[in-house]
Design a protein around this ligand. Sequence first.
Ligand code: F6R
Length: 241
Amino acid sequence: MNLIKCNNYDEMSAQAAKIIAAQLMKKPNCVLGLPTGSTPLGVYGILVQMNKNDKIDFTKVKTFNLDEYYPISKKNTQSYHFFMHDNFFNHINIDEQNVNILNGEAENPQIECELYEEKIKNSGGIDLQLLGIGQNGHIGFNEPGKALKSKTHLIELTQNTINANSRFFEKTEDVPKKSLTMGIGTIMKAKEIVIIASGREKANAVYELLSGEITTANPSTILNAHNNVTLIADAAALGEN
Ligand code: F6R
């Protein structure tokens, strides 16, 4: 795994944006896998600015988001559908037809997950997958457990994740208990993976990831079995301050 050490959040965001911008220049019709959460907001901000300054072009880019709460309406301001449009897609020149986000309103979540896998496959697969990391080491919403699922699936969120995400909701009880998420295999099929981490609360998960051991107790550690992963972490996430 390549490691890019950064002094702070802004440096981490700039490094990740640079890799994504290079990917867009190399392959203008590339397929990106994208996360939500607080960590990628800086990256999205830089990419929006670069797009406004005509430095990068999203017209041919396809995107697949990692996950979405279930059930949740697209109009709900806490949905990842809303989050991605509000923070990214509404501000860049991407074709809405090329934006793919799991449907939190799907009547049959199983079919929704199967269709999503098909769509990723038919797009030629993910060229570059950007990931955040949960305090418990989750990637997407693949929570620690005995057996991790390979394909896109419906998952019960752990109390740790519900508590961590309650900061976006009025009350902890409002956080949906389930989510649709790409599976570990879906993520591992990406040709290149960039994982970003910032802040002291990620230090333990990042330490385990860097230890090289692979364990379902920290799903991110599976990335040690991928041959093109870059971890971009700030000093706090590396436990250095
Ligand atoms: C979100 C996702 C999650 C987050 C993780 C970190 O789409 O897949 O795995 O990346 O929970 O979230 P933040 O960045 O808010 O700390």
